[in-house]
Design a protein around this ligand. Structure first.
Ligand code: NAD
Length: 480
């Protein structure tokens, strides 16, 4: 019997939507259908695949309001819902450019033997699974799917069961795009559907928690298929004494609380030079207190509800642990139940240290712990004292001073004098360091290239025997 999963509305707390999880049988049937069409899809010139994806983009634009409304219902926030649809649309254009670049005629490959010509076929992984999380449900569903399709792969996508209301509209966009439904399927389901998908695909792209990432990496390793993992973070920001504190506080308030802090590249730890720490904290707290909750109206403020109930529990535990160990709550700090939704105002903590969970584990909420340091070496040591390595930020009076610190950070991207720039400038190649991920960059040209294997074609152009053959008829006599 089909498993039905109920979905909670984060503004009311009510389970008011259900999905039907694809089981192993449905997954296998979808797999077979996609594989049957993928060879033809991969054989198309890239321009034809680009044309299909551009039409898909038009379908999304036509249905933008519908998608945004469903994302609002799933996440309880407005601006981020609009932003993620627009951002996904922009990412399609960008991926099309990367695809053109990837399939441009390649220069001949020099070989050590002038009588051998070398070239390479680009061979797409036939079927790619994309498994995505709940925090930016639409954008993260498409971020890997579109480049994989452009590479010539077929894609089996499963968005998070926590935020699935956009799936029927996304499916409609796929259906309205001639040629796409044969190679792009979107299924509903939870972890059991995701696990079944990994058993039948040739590569997997996963965005989500480290915990699930470990399970997926092990399942992929058992099948010798690549797993591209984009996982959690605990991004640090360093603010030096020379930094523009007005800019730093505004950027960090935004970068820590956007989407209620439910962002992998959210700033989750701030290290401030002791000499400017009081001024920094006072300014940050004053700005944080001006931020409003998006309640009772969706458009009433900047901070929406905590999307997933279990996340509220994690945030509460991190706050309780910090306070028990001596942290001071400078503003916020209380999880509020408003009309069935749970909310947390921007929360600034001081007197924190690395014994606290809020400084070591992903909090994924609008919490800004601020710790002081003395000297750049200590700032770098504190920032690098983490299992994660997704991204970071440095604020300083000059870009050179900031970069001298940025070069020493164990993170896959560093924003200088701003926060979370990878979200704004996703065209630059980056890797996730440490527990934050594995595999080639999902940004920049590798976003398409990573779905293509190379088949080397080596052509002997001269005829006649080779000196190393040992068939009794060729090669130097002394070697026979
Ligand atoms: P999650 O790991 O709980 O779930 C993510 C997806 O995995 C869901 O679709 C879920 O159904 C599926 N899943 C669960 N168990 C599975 C299994 N055994 N096999 C296959 N699929 C399975 O993550 P989440 O709570 O939805 O997302 C939040 C996490 O995602 C945070 O840690 C956040 O930092 C991370 N994230 C990372 C990035 C990035 O780019 N690095 C971006 C966004 C979110």
């Amino acid at each position: 019997m089909t498993k039905r999963i109920s979905v909670r509305n984060p503004r009311t707390g009510l389970a008011d939507y259900t999905i039907a999880a694809a089981d192993t049988e449905e997954t296998a049937l979808t797999e077979q259908r996609l594989r049957a069409h993928q060879t033809e899809w991969a054989a198309l010139p890239v321009e034809r695949r680009i044309a299909v994806l551009k039409r898909f983009k038009e379908a999304i634009i036509r249905r933008r309001e519908e998608i945004v409304a469903r994302l609002e219902a799933d996440t309880g926030r407005r601006w981020a819902s609009e932003m993620e649809v627009d951002s996904a649309v922009g990412s399609i254009d960008r991926a099309c450019l990367f695809a053109e670049e990837t399939f441009a005629p390649a220069a001949p490959v020099p070989t050590p033997d002038p009588q051998v010509q070398a070239s390479a076929d680009l061979v797409a992984y036939p079927l790619v699974a994309v498994i995505s999380p709940w925090n930016f449900p639409f954008q993260l569903a498409l971020i890997d799917a579109v480049p994989a399709l452009l590479a010539g792969s077929a894609v089996l996508l499963k968005p998070s069961e926590m935020t699935p209301r956009f799936i029927p509209v996304l499916r409609a966009c796929v259906q309205e795009t001639p040629g796409l439904a044969d190679v792009f399927a979107v299924v509903e389901g939870d972890g059991s559907t995701g696990a079944a998908m990994i058993e039948v695909v040739d590569a997997v792209c996963f965005t989500g928690s480290v915990r699930t990432g470990r399970v997926i990496a092990a399942a992929a390793a058992a099948r010798f298929i690549p797993a591209f993992l984009e996982l959690g973070g605990k991004d640090p920001a360093i603010v030096t004494a020379s930094a523009d504190l007005d800019v730093a506080t505004s950027a960090l308030l935004w970068g820590s609380t956007i989407n209620s802090g439910h962002s992998c590249m959210s700033i989750e730890r701030v290290y401030v030079d002791r000499r400017v720490a009081d001024e920094f904290t006072a300014t940050l707290v004053a700005k944080a207190e001006r931020v409003r909750l998006a309640h009772p109206g969706l458009g009433d403020g900047e901070i929406g509800p905590i999307i997933v109930a279990a996340q509220a529990q994690t945030i509460r535990e991190h706050l309780d642990d910090a306070v028990a160990k001596g942290a001071r709550v400078r503003t916020g700090g209380t999880i509020e139940d408003l009309g069935g939704g749970v909310y947390l105002r921007p929360t600034v903590l001081t007197d924190v240290d690395h014994t606290m969970r809020v400084m070591r584990e992903e909090t994924f909420g609008p919490v800004i712990p601020v710790m002081t340091y003395d000297g750049a070496d200590e700032a770098v040591a504190l920032a690098n004292d983490t299992d994660f390595g997704l991204s970071a930020a440095v604020f300083a009076g000059t870009a050179d001073e900031a970069l001298s610190i940025a070069h020493r950070l164990d993170a896959g991207a560093v924003s200088v004098n701003d926060a979370c720039l990878t979200g704004m400038v996703p065209s630059v190649e980056k890797n996730s360091f440490k527990l934050s991920g594995l595999g080639a960059s999902r940004m920049g040209p590798p976003s398409v290239r990573r779905f293509l294997r190379r088949r080397a074609l080596l052509v002997r152009t001269a005829t006649g025997p080779r000196p190393w053959y040992y068939d009794g008829a060729s090669g130097p006599a002394e070697e026979r």
